[in-house]
Design a binder for this molecule. Sequence first.
Ligand SMILES: [Zn+2]
Length: 284
Amino acid sequence: MKKYIVSLFIVFLTPFILMCETYVMLDTNTVKEGGIIKISLRSNEPLKATNIEFMGNTYQAFYKKFDIHDTEYVCAAVIPVPLGTKGTKKLTIKYLLKDDTEGVKDEKIRVKQVKGRETTINTGMINDTFNAKMSKESTIIKSIQDPITPVKYDFPFMKPVEGITTGNFGDQRVYDNGKAAWRHKGWDIAAKKGTPIRAASSGNVVSAASTQSCGNIVIIDHGAGIYSMYYHMQKVYVKKDTLVSKGDIIGTVGATGIATGPHLHWQMNVYKIPVNPAEFLTAF
Ligand SMILES: [Zn+2]
């Protein structure tokens, strides 16, 4: 009798299981503040929609590839964990299948604090006028990252320039005797002026401009809300609205804007939230 029930279950349930098999996978449930969570959704039919909720924001997973080996559609999402996040946070992943059935998966994310080194920097350039200009430029840089476009990235990203790390992501920075202070939003890599800078991954150049605070800049849209930024450049070789591949030379290292020496400030934003660039150097 018992055997009969089991077989009946298999006969009746198998077609359903095959119809809507969806797996949600996270690379980790423990992340550092300023880190990212990499999510994969694998299903044997294309998903109609996805909705990911984390810390009051909503994100979308994007179609990445069709896995021929497993005959599965793969969607991916990169979720940012802002600097300053503490404790355990809820992550909710919802997806809609083509017959409108909804799947939900709740996950707990434990966020670890990062002890940022405090550095004082004297530029002699910061005053009220400069702060006002800087905040205006930062608003423009943010608005450039409004569009959420299809995936163009190619993991792992590459370090845009080889050199010496002079500033880590998350460091506490105090400028000109406290006239300005913030946590460092990028990775500073010092190299000789004129050293080539390469695109960290494939994408579309959405800005190649000159600013007072960040100097000559390039911003690349990698899709799915992921943008890479390159600051303080000497020369810029790319123009707005050009597609670049991972490794393409986009310009050279300089010391334009607020910089005490030639270096690249490499920043990665996900949905405008600055995250640690080092997290993009592993496969996904
Ligand atoms: Zn920097």
